[in-house]
Ligand binder design. Structure first.
Ligand code: BGC
Length: 454
């Protein structure tokens, strides 16, 4: 398969600070909204928290050695904003910058290119206390933080991403409250989307001004399938697509919101803000997990039953359904490799030449992996998953989408947000009692693939 990829295709793995670092009170780190949220009873499965996680803060050398053994070209990780700015703004914490300095140097010494996300959801609690992403000010604080990060690391970072998945922060964090900070604003969360996007644009400019280059985003996207051919289901799927995909990509790639109703929900400054939000990017990153099947409200059928447990706000013009007829992951997510080709091609068709080169900044699956008596982790399903998704990327490249790399989510099993440690996404198994790392069969498979690709 690798010969179908361009020779400079970037093979990568990904992670995020709160999901792996632990050491939440060490090295001068301030509290984040995820420390607060995980401390609230009933928020997270089993009451899990990221307090220790994979202890990567102390074991980063071992983790980089694993990546070196894996042979990846690049490692995507996030800086913890509250490690660098414990109060979100103002006083910089030198120990926080030093930690990422060591990590970056360790990666470079191993021949691995650092790909840095600035905000992968662990907002400093001090900023949440001032309104968090409901406040426009937070966008400016992200830009200040971007300047600090670029001044220190721009000389060594290969790819920059101000944001990870603004749609998930908006919907899970602020519309339905399943993620930190647990707000339940329904459509009121559209302001949050706007502030995140504004922050993205301001941070992109701040990064460049401080000498960083190669700037993109890691944005979650999902091909949207109508539950049936009926006009009602097609209209419902369209509404979902507009809200979940294009509200987050059009402002960046076209300088506008996809629907006048959405524009009308935004602040008076929307026109000027869109100028900033559409600051050209060097590349665009897509995170893909599964398609969405969507029908008219109240119309679930045996072929497309209503999705359980979605905790949606009242009065939505659509209803998410369960995709049937595909294998599912431990999370219950449908495994649809061709959905990745579909969303990549949809982006190319929608934006044409306005679409910069693309990276798949995340793709992955969770299974309840265990270490067998002989020390192996037999995760054939994960191999099948990544193999299928990489073939889908190859087909997208064949149809003219300029895809430059693929980051498997994730290098190690880690803290899976509201699901705690129950869902394992890693190429490397983590025993949370002992912190022992065991490369899974998928790790060895990925290494083979990368080696053959070179
Ligand atoms: C996020 C990751 C998360 C993964 C699996 C993405 O939404 O960026 O942090 O672990 O999906 O749910």
């Amino acid at each position: 398969m690798p010969q179908e990829f361009p020779p400079d295709f970037l093979w990568g793995v990904a992670s995020a600070s709160y999901q792996i670092e632990g050491a939440v009170t060490e090295g001068g780190r301030g509290p984040s909204i995820w420390d607060t949220f995980t401390a609230q009873p009933g928020r997270i499965k089993n009451g899990d928290t990221g307090a220790v996680a994979c202890d990567h803060y102390h074991r980063y050398r071992e983790d980089v050695a694993l990546m070196a053994d894996l042979g990846v070209d690049s490692y995507r990780f996030s800086l913890a904003w509250p490690r660098i700015l414990p109060s979100g703004s103002g006083q910089v914490n030198p120990a926080g910058l030093d930690f990422y300095d060591r990590l970056i140097d360790e990666l470079l010494a191993a021949g691995i290119k650092p790909a840095v996300t600035l905000f992968h959801w662990d907002l400093p609690q001090a900023l949440q206390d001032q309104g968090g992403w409901e406040s426009r000010d937070t966008a400016y604080r992200l830009a200040d933080y971007a300047t600090i990060a670029a001044e220190r690391f721009a000389d060594r970072v290969h790819l920059w991403m101000p944001l990870n998945e603004p749609v998930v922060v908006t919907m899970f964090g602020h519309a339905v409250g399943a993620h930190a900070p647990g707000r339940e604003l329904g459509f009121g969360a559209l302001t949050v989307a706007h502030n995140l996007l504004l922050g993205h644009g301001l941070a992109t400019r701040a990064l460049r001004a401080a000498g960083a280059s190669n700037i993109g985003i890691a944005s979650n996207h999902t091909p949207t399938w109508p539950a049936s051919d009926s006009e009602q289901d097609r209209a419902a799927a369209d509404a979902y697509d507009t809200l979940v995909n294009w509200t987050f990509a059009d402002p960046i790639l076209r300088g506008e919101y996809p629907d006048p109703l959405i524009t009308a929900a935004m602040p008076d400054t929307v026109a000027d803000d869109l100028e900033i939000i559409s600051t050209p990017l060097d590349w665009f990153g897509i995170n893909y997990y599964q398609p969405a099947l969507v029908g008219e409200p109240g119309g679930g059928t045996a072929d497309s039953p209503v999705l359980e447990g979605a905790r949606l706000p009242e009065g939505l013009p659509f209803e998410p359904r369960t995709i049937t007829g595909y294998p599912t992951t431990g999370f219950g997510w449908a495994v649809v490799p061709d959905g990745l080709r579909e969303i990549l091609v949809t982006f190319k068709n929608r934006y044409g030449d306005a679409l910069p080169p693309v990276y798949v900044t995340e793709s992955g699956c969770s299974y309840p992996d265990t270490v067998d008596a002989d020390g192996r982790v037999r995760d054939q399903e994960r191999i099948t998953y990544h193999d299928g998704h990489l073939r889908a990327v190859a087909r997208a490249i064949e149809s003219g989408v300029d895809v430059r790399g693929y980051f498997a989510w994730s290098i190690v099993d880690n803290f899976e947000w509201a699901e705690g440690y129950g869902q394992r996404f890693g190429l490397v198994h983590v025993d949370y009692e002992t912190q022992a790392r065991t490369p899974k069969d998928s790790f060895h498979w990925y290494r083979e693939l990368i080696t053959r690709g070179r």
